[in-house]
Structures are given as structure tokens and as C-alpha cells.
Design a protein around this ligand. Structure first.
Ligand SMILES: NC(=O)c1ccc[n+]([C@@H]2O[C@H](COP(=O)([O-])OP(=O)(O)OC[C@H]3O[C@@H](n4cnc5c(N)ncnc54)[C@H](OP(=O)(O)O)[C@@H]3O)[C@@H](O)[C@H]2O)c1
Length: 289
């Protein structure tokens, strides 16, 4: 790749950020399509966010991904939000539109695309999300209006309740909140078509853990695990063995990245290339074999 005076710069900002797969994923896609773009990672401390965003304006950086801890805080420095980011109150993508910084959130879109590939018709489905943090929030806002019923099950009931109340105020759809316990998990799973793990349970170094006992898994259920380290979590292995359909977290990660890529370039993202780049990098890091 030749970097010239015309090369457009995209970046991810966060803290920490060194572990991000986004530089590998996006640079592989730019190279594949011969686009004159380059993507880097900047560690931006919480208290330096405002200066970083001023820098984006003054340097004419074209696009940003925003990760923890800046997804909410960055909003006050932007010029506009797209309706999805506005609803969610969180931004993971910024487009520098001729000097105006516009905030988007592609997490829900990425998850929806991954789900639709496996479960074409969501309208009639009952969906259960375990967890009520940032990822659950992004998915809930996208899914609630598109499914028959959405239940949020969380260890801390108050968080699930607050999220459900926010959803009811802002989007269409039937939403319930429940406290996570062995009993509620069993009961809710019996009535669900899709279950999504939006907790870190099962993530390395705790890959022996699972949020759902294998006895509760069955054919006819779709199991979506947002954890992508490892890619095939214990939950996904046991779900496959039980005859359930599965979706891994890397698929969502790549799809939300593809949605950001399309916002910056206006070109359809080469999803296969991005997925291969992510897997190659995870292999290089010894995370997958
Ligand atoms: N694949 C992707 O593209 C993608 C994107 C975003 C996130 N993720 C993954 O999704 C997971 C959640 O991320 P997040 O940003 O939503 O995190 P977060 O905001 O910190 O929320 C974590 C959620 O998990 C629950 N939780 C944590 N430990 C638990 C345990 N031992 N048992 C039961 N519940 C537990 C928390 O419950 P309490 O409220 O009770 O604390 C909370 O609801 C992470 O593994 C992250 O890597 C993947």
C-alpha cells in the first residue's frame, strides 16, 4: 500500500485499545478494494477525549470507531447523531462529513445481520438476552421492534428493569425484565426461540464457564454468544452438540465493522476478507488454532 498526501485516515479510539482487531480488519478491506485509506489505533485517555476530537477536526481524520470508555462521553463533542445512536445514547462510529462529525452506532445492525443470516424471520420469535450492559442495550434497541417478545435477564435486576423501561419509552415492541436465577433461566429458555449471551461469562481466561447449563439447550433454539475470545465458546460447543443453531461473537464484530466501513467509504464491505483478516490475527495471537 502506498500512503500519499491524499490517503484518508480512519482510526479507533479507546483505552485500552492495543488489543483491537479493527486495524487488521479494516486495512485488509481497504487493501482488497484498492481504496486509498489507512486505519490505525489511538489510545485516548478519558480526560483527553475532548482534545482528541478537536484533533480529528483539525487533522481532517475521516472516520473513527469509538470503544470503551468513550462511547457515551464522545456524544457531547459531535455535531449530529443518526437516529439509532440518538435512541441508544451511545456511539461506536463517527463519520467526518465535510467537517461535520456525525455519530452512529453499528453494534445493533451488526448483530441483526448475523441473526438474520441464521434465523431469517424474527417477527414471530421470542428472544432472550442475558445481560443488561452496553452490548445488551445496543441489541435490545435494534431487536425489540423486530421480534414478538424480548426478555432481558440480568444478575442485577435493577439494570434489566431500567433498560426495559427505557425501551418501552422509546421503541415499539413487547419487552420484559427479569432477575437472572437458575429458575428464571430455565423458565425463560423453555419459551424462547433465540437466546443471546451479552455477558462476559465464558470469555478467556474463564473459557470453562458457561452462562447456560447444557441440559437447557435443545434443537430449535438459536444460541448467539457475543463473546469472541474464544470464538467457539463452551456455550456454543454445547449448543451445537444439542442440535441448536449457533452464532459466534466474531461474526457480530466483523458485521458491525463492515457497517462502519460502508459509512466511511460508501462501498460495500468485503465481509469475507474482513473475517479472514480477523481470524488470521487471532491465530497470530494464539487465540485460535
Ligand atoms: N462480538 C461483539 O462485537 C461484541 C460487542 C460488544 C460486546 N461484546 C461482548 O459482550 C459482553 C458484554 O459486553 P458489555 O460491553 O455489554 O459489558 P458490560 O456493559 O460490562 O455489561 C456486562 C453484563 O454482563 C453481566 N455479567 C457480568 N459478569 C457476570 C456473571 N459472572 N454472571 C452473570 N452476569 C454477568 C453484567 O451483569 P450486572 O449488571 O449484574 O453486573 C452486565 O449485565 C463482553 O463479553 C464483550 O466482549 C461483543
Amino acid at each position: 500500500m502506498t500512503i500519499t498526501g491524499r490517503t484518508r485516515l480512519c482510526a479507533v479510539i479507546g483505552d485500552p485499545v492495543e488489543h483491537s482487531l479493527s486495524p487488521c480488519i479494516h486495512n485488509a478491506a481497504f487493501k482488497h478494494l484498492g481504496l486509498d485509506y489507512v486505519y490505525v489505533a489511538f489510545r485516548v485517555r478519558y480526560e483527553e477525549l475532548e482534545w482528541a476530537i478537536r484533533g480529528v477536526r483539525s487533522l481532517g481524520i475521516h472516520g473513527l470507531n469509538v470503544t470503551m470508555p468513550h462511547k457515551i462521553g464522545v456524544i457531547r463533542y459531535l455535531d449530529r447523531l443518526d437516529p439509532e445512536a440518538e435512541l441508544l445514547g451511545a456511539v461506536n462510529t463517527i463519520l467526518n462529513d465535510d467537517g461535520a462529525l456525525v455519530g452512529y452506532n453499528t453494534d445493533g445492525r451488526g448483530a441483526l445481520k448475523a441473526l438474520l443470516e441464521v434465523d431469517g424471520d424474527l417477527k414471530a420469535k421470542k428472544v432472550l438476552i442475558i445481560g443488561a450492559g452496553g452490548a445488551s442495550r445496543a441489541l435490545s434497541f435494534t431487536l425489540a421492534p423486530r421480534v414478538r417478545e424480548l426478555t432481558i435477564l440480568n444478575r442485577t435486576y435493577g439494570r434489566a428493569k431500567t433498560l426495559a423501561e427505557d425501551l418501552k419509552k422509546k421503541v415499539e415492541g413487547t419487552v420484559r425484565a427479569c432477575r437472572l436465577s437458575d429458575e428464571t433461566l430455565k423458565e425463560e429458555l423453555e419459551n424462547s426461540d433465540v437466546v443471546i449471551n451479552a455477558t462476559p461469562v465464558g470469555m478467556r481466561p474463564n473459557e470453562d464457564e458457561t452462562p447456560i447449563p447444557k441440559e437447557l439447550l435443545r434443537p430449535g433454539l438459536t444460541v448467539f454468544d457475543l463473546v469472541y475470545n474464544p470464538i467457539e465458546t463452551r456455550l456454543l460447543k454445547e449448543a451445537k452438540a444439542a442440535g441448536a443453531k449457533t452464532i459466534d461473537g466474531l461474526t457480530m464484530l466483523v458485521y458491525q465493522g463492515a457497517a462502519s466501513f460502508e459509512l466511511w467509504t460508501g462501498v460495500e464491505a468485503p465481509v469475507e476478507v474482513m473475517m479472514d483478516a480477523a481470524k488470521r490475527e487471532l491465530r497470530r495471537r494464539g487465540i485460535i488454532l
